[in-house]
Design a protein. Structure first.
Length: 274
């Protein structure tokens, strides 16, 4: 496992762009920029820049981080942290908490892969069913795709985990899509960055490629904007997602309420001391 001090790779002058603004919520600094700005920022990053990864926290991620503190430094070390939850954003806004612009991981990966990869450039994919590769190749014609699908439980197998890290290092690409689920993909991204030898941008985007190639259907746009994409997905895959959305995610409301109380307490303390 990667140590906290090892999580940030060295930066070169060429790899450092003007930082995007951030908003702090639940212990993390979220990028507060619209989708187009994030896509442009990442799309124009040098392909040979030291490996940096993007995480896309949603309610499930934030609850898990609260229960497993070892995940916090993994998320903190990311190049960008973008908010991928309408529910979290709307709830935070209702409570008067600071909110960041919503940038959905699926939309981000789609935009970067289809708009910022030229024929001849490389795309590395870790995860995803090999049977979907032809459809992915059709979506990005001329792009050279390197694919590695680690075995189930690879994060508990030191040799398999090391093989996934090695594949990313040996197949440098402008974008490396890490599609092995949270928290495996985030821990894998941190380990890749910690080698100091990888290049490009890692995208921790779960099943985004499956949506991109049409293996799964997105919720209608009105459901996405209203914050009901989770319901659409649960109704389509109840066995896999019902527990996540109905049992594992609701504690996010308690976390946000606790954050609001803490902020109110800090405000009152400042008033008393002034």
């Amino acid at each position: 496992m990667v140590g906290i001090s090892e999580l940030r790779p060295p930066q070169t002058e060429a790899s450092v762009a003007q930082p995007l603004p951030t908003v702090r919520l639940l212990g993390l600094d979220f990028t507060d920029a619209e989708m187009s700005e994030v896509v442009s920022w990442l799309g124009h990053r040098a392909s040979d820049a030291p490996f940096g990864y993007v995480v896309t926290p949603n309610a499930d991620h934030l609850v898990r981080i609260s229960r497993d503190p070892s995940l916090l430094p993994v998320y903190e070390a990311a190049l960008l942290r973008v908010m991928d939850s309408t529910v979290v954003t709307h709830t935070a806004r209702l409570l008067g908490l600071p909110t960041a612009a919503i940038v959905r991981g699926t939309d981000l990966a789609t935009a970067l892969i289809t708009r910022h990869l030229e024929p001849g450039e490389r795309l590395t994919v870790i995860g995803m069913d090999e049977a979907l590769l032809p459809a992915l190749q059709q979506r990005c014609p001329g792009v050279r795709i390197a694919h590695h699908n680690p075995p189930m439980g690879f994060d508990r197998d030191a040799a398999a985990f090391a093989a996934a890290v090695r594949f990313a290092v040996e197949h440098p690409a402008r974008f490396t899509v890490l599609a092995v689920g949270m928290p495996r993909q985030e821990r894998l991204a941190a380990a890749i960055a910690a080698t100091g030898h990888a290049r490009g941008v890692g995208l921790c985007v779960g099943s985004a490629l499956e949506f991109l190639v049409g293996a799964h259907r997105r919720a209608p746009s009105w459901m996405q904007e209203a914050g009901f994409e989770w319901l659409y997905r649960m109704l389509r895959e109840p066995r896999r997602l019902a527990r996540r959305y109905l049992i594992e995610c609701p504690p996010i409301f308690r976390l946000l309420l606790r954050e609001r109380r803490a902020q109110r307490g800090n405000q009152e303390a400042r008033l008393l001391s002034s």
